[in-house]
Write a protein that binds this ligand. Structure first.
Ligand code: DC
Length: 301
C-alpha cells in the first residue's frame, strides 16, 4: 500500500515552518524546540516509569471514544506545537469508503469469508492514501466529503476491526511518525501504534455530551437525526471499538486521562499544552540533576 502523507503537508508549511507555537489564548508557547531533538522509532512498550525522554518518540498520542473532541483538539495542539496532525479515524473511514465503492464491505464479504477477505486484501494492496492538508484522497480521488456519510459510519467499526486493515494502517501511521513529530489521534495511538510516544492523552466525556457534540456536527452537515439516535449510535460504536480483539479502544497505562465534559475546546487544548510543558520542565530538571550528580562523582559511570 502506498502512502505519501507529507507530500502536501510539507508544502503547506505544517512541518517545515519555523515553530512559533501559540497557546489558544494567543500567547507564545514557551518551548518550541521539540522538533529539533533526535528521534528514535521504537515499537518497544514504554517503561511504566516513563523512561528517558530522548528515547521516546516525538508523538503526542491522543486517544478516546467517538465525540470526545479529539480531532479538533489534536488539530489545535498540532498547530500550537508546529507538529503534523494525523487523523487516523479518517484513514479507517477512507478505507471503508473505498471498500464500499469496490463492493467489498465486510457485511457483503462475510457471506464468503475467504473470498471476501482476499478481495479486501487485494483492494487494500492497491490503495494509495494521501493527505492534502485537511483533505484525504484515495488513489488520487478526494474522498473527504464521503468520510462521514451514514454508509461509512455504519461500516467503519467492522472495517477497523479487521486485523489486516489495522496492520496496514499501523505501518502507515508509524511511517508518518518516522518523518517528523506528529500529533496522532485515534483509538490505539498510545496503546499499540506508538507505545513509545513521549506524550499520551486519553480524552473522554459523558456519553450524553458526546452525543450532543456529534449532533451539532450532523446538524452543521444538514443531517436530520435525533439526539437519542446519535446517543445509540455512539453507544454501539463504543461497544464495538472497545470489545474488538485487535487493538481495542484502551487508555494506555501511561496516558493522562482528560474528562472534557463541560470544557471548551480551548480549555482542553490549554490543559494538554500545560501538561506537556510541565512534563518537559520535569524531564529537563531531571537531566540537569543527573548531570550535576555525574559531575560530582567525577564522571564515573
Ligand atoms: O475517530 P473516528 O470516529 O473518525 O473513527 C472512525 C472509526 O475508526 C471508529 O469506529 C474507530 C475506528 N478507529 C480505530 O479503530 N482506530 C483508530 N486509531 C482510529 C479510528
Amino acid at each position: 500500500m502506498l502512502f505519501d502523507p507529507f507530500a502536501r503537508l510539507d508544502r503547506s508549511g505544517a512541518l517545515l515552518r519555523p515553530v512559533a507555537g501559540r497557546c489558544p489564548d494567543g500567547s507564545l508557547h514557551p518551548w518550541v524546540d521539540l522538533r529539533k531533538e533526535p528521534d528514535r522509532m521504537s515499537s518497544e512498550p514504554a517503561s511504566p516509569g516513563g523512561g528517558a525522554a530522548g528515547t521516546r518518540l516525538r508523538v503526542v498520542a491522543i486517544d478516546g471514544p467517538s465525540g470526545a473532541g479529539k480531532s479538533t483538539v489534536a488539530r489545535l495542539v498540532a498547530k500550537a506545537l508546529g507538529f503534523s496532525f494525523l487523523d487516523t479515524g479518517a484513514m479507517y473511514r477512507a478505507v471503508t469508503w473505498h471498500f464500499l465503492e469496490e463492493v467489498c464491505a465486510p457485511a457483503e464479504c462475510a457471506a464468503e469469508p475467504d473470498r471476501g477477505e482476499l478481495r479486501m486484501r487485494a483492494v487494500l494492496a492497491a490503495t494509495r492514501l494521501e493527505f492534502h492538508g485537511q483533505r484525504l484522497s484515495v488513489n488520487g480521488r478526494d474522498v473527504t466529503a464521503h468520510l462521514r456519510t451514514r454508509e461509512v459510519e455504519s461500516q467503519v467499526s467492522a472495517v477497523s476491526a479487521l486485523p489486516f486493515v489495522r496492520e496496514a494502517m499501523r505501518d502507515l501511521q508509524r511511517h508518518v511518525a518516522e518523518r517528523g513529530p506528529v500529533v496522532a489521534e485515534g483509538r490505539d495511538m498510545g496503546s499499540v501504534v506508538f507505545p513509545n510516544a513521549r506524550w499520551k492523552f486519553f480524552l473522554d466525556a459523558a456519553p450524553t455530551e458526546r452525543a450532543r457534540r456529534r449532533l451539532r456536527d450532523f446538524v452543521a452537515q444538514g443531517r436530520v437525526v435525533s439526539e437519542a439516535e446519535v446517543l445509540e449510535e455512539i453507544e454501539v460504536r463504543d461497544r464495538l471499538d472497545s470489545t474488538r480483539k485487535d487493538a481495542p479502544l484502551l487508555q494506555a497505562e501511561d496516558a493522562v486521562y482528560v474528562d472534557t465534559t463541560g470544557l471548551t475546546t480551548d480549555q482542553v487544548v490549554a490543559a494538554i499544552l500545560r501538561h506537556i510543558d510541565r512534563q518537559e520542565a520535569e524531564v529537563a530538571a531531571a537531566a540537569r540533576a543527573a548531570t550535576v550528580r555525574h559531575g560530582a562523582s567525577g564522571g564515573a559511570a
